[in-house]
Ligand binder design. Structure first.
Ligand code: GCU
Length: 426
């Protein structure tokens, strides 16, 4: 369906629908109404057997949990073989007074076809002694929004929803979220890609973006419709293809690529690292419901509200849990546990109550037993959500920053300190 006709058809219906549901549903922001719930124990298998050794986790429980998340929430993750990858260098120049190199590379996912493709905007420290750690972080509105640089190629995505009045968003409009020079000064490569190049962010019944590539495999393997790759899985699959390429770049250390994302892309960053164990670490910035926040708390955004307005992010099976999230065979602390023993940073913002900062912290805490079983310091003995602007933890790190739903220089400062200690040094 063409986007314009989709919008015309969908807009009046959406106004009525969201107007109605806004009246009918109000988010809970009252801690006393959260109630009690039983969190599933990540260290107890579905058959009731306790997990007491790292081997039992790795050989049995981890795979079981990963399947539960795939079949019930995000959809089954298709393999690398769905892609035929080819890369082409489009541009390269020196930036920041010679301190860094900006490289633009297009990755064709179904070569020799031109689409789907991903335009990678890569910044590399110029004077590194050997391969550097990298941060792969998708962006919301196009690579050109990361910086005012007029040479940044504007990705063309006819079906994109993240535009300004139908046009690509302006150069540099999101630059406050991208501390590019700080990141490269600290010795890290930064790689970004426009997320809607991987899969446009609306429901078209899995027709556009990378879905046609995934579908051939899904059909061949009889993946049930209710568990097929939803949009978050499509985004995660695309980020893994970016990693396939980054692992061939001589300037980047292939074992030290961290995946980072904000908000819906924070949900994606956690799921990407859970599915692809080649990622060295994951950073979730304000990811909220369907990301780091515990589903069972139903504080702020809930799976019921996501099911009404953002259902295409999750597979159809997830909707069946809307009436009673307690029936879910997992909660989001176990998504974080799937990343263990690799470093993970969960960040919240105080004014971002929609994302349930406390639920994000409790999830980080809930993953701690798995991290400790696997021989790390986990959340390093922390038991309470820390005060504002006070990062805590160890291999699992957490902070709640002053301010709203956003990515700030404060966040990047903490992430870089964390990566220095837990990824770079290893
Ligand atoms: C909405 C949505 C969140 C999401 C956020 C974003 O607020 O409800 O789940 O994280 O958009 O991605 O910006």
């Amino acid at each position: 369906m063409k986007k314009t006709s989709f919008l015309f058809a969908a807009l009046p219906a959406a106004v009525l629908f969201f107007g109605f549901t806004a009246l009918a549903w109000e988010a809970n922001y009252d801690e006393s109404r959260v109630g009690t719930f039983d969190l599933p124990d990540p260290l107890v298998c579905a058959d009731g057997t306790p997990v007491t050794t790292p081997e039992e986790w790795t050989q049995k429980r981890r795979g079981e949990l990963w399947e539960l998340f795939q079949n019930n929430m995000y959809g089954v993750m298709p393999p690398k073989q769905c892609a035929h990858l080819e890369s082409e260098l489009l541009a390269e120049k020196s930036v920041f007074g010679g301190k860094a190199v900006q490289r633009q590379v297009v990755l064709y996912l179904n070569a020799p076809e031109e689409t789907p493709r991903m335009n990678l905007l890569i910044y590399l420290p110029a004077n590194a002694q050997g391969p550097v750690p990298a941060i792969l972080a998708p962006n919301f509105m196009g690579n050109q929004t990361v910086s005012e640089d007029p040479d940044i190629i504007v990705p063309e995505v006819p079906d994109a929803t993240r535009t300004e009045s139908g046009e690509p968003a302006g150069r540099g409009v999101k630059k406050s979220r991208w501390a590019v020079e700080k990141i490269t000064d600290r010795g890290y490569a930064l790689v970004t890609v426009y997320y809607e190049e991987i899969d446009p962010d609306y429901d078209d019944h899995r027709q556009n973006g990378v879905h046609p590539l995934l579908r051939a495999w899904e059909d061949k393997n009889n993946i049930p419709t209710e568990s097929r790759a939803a949009t978050i899985t499509a985004w995660a699959w695309g980020l893994s293809r970016a990693l396939d390429y980054l692992q061939t770049v001589p300037q980047i250390d292939p074992a030290k690529v961290t995946v980072m994302g904000h908000s819906r892309l924070g949900k994606t960053a956690l799921w990407t690292a859970a599915c692809d164990q080649r990622f060295a670490a994951s950073i979730s910035n304000d990811s909220g419901c369907g990301g780091a926040a515990l589903t069972r708390r139903e504080f702020g955004e809930t799976i019921a509200s996501m099911d009404r307005s953002l259902w295409w992010w999750f597979c159809p099976k997830y909707s069946t849990y809307v009436p009673d999230p307690n029936r879910l065979p997992f909660d989001q602390h176990e998504l974080i546990a799937l990343i263990a023993p690799r470093p993970v940073y969960i960040a919240s913002a105080a004014e971002d109550r929609w994302a349930d900062p406390k639920g994000e912290f409790l999830s980080a805490l809930g993953a701690d037993p798995v991290y400790r079983l696997l021989g790390t310091d986990g959340i390093a003995g922390v038991t309470e959500q820390p005060p504002l602007d006070t990062p805590v933890g160890g291999t699992i790190h957490y902070h709640i920053r002053t301010g709203k739903h956003d990515v700030t220089d404060y966040d990047w400062d903490q992430y870089l300190d964390f990566l220095d200690k837990y990824v770079r040094g290893k």
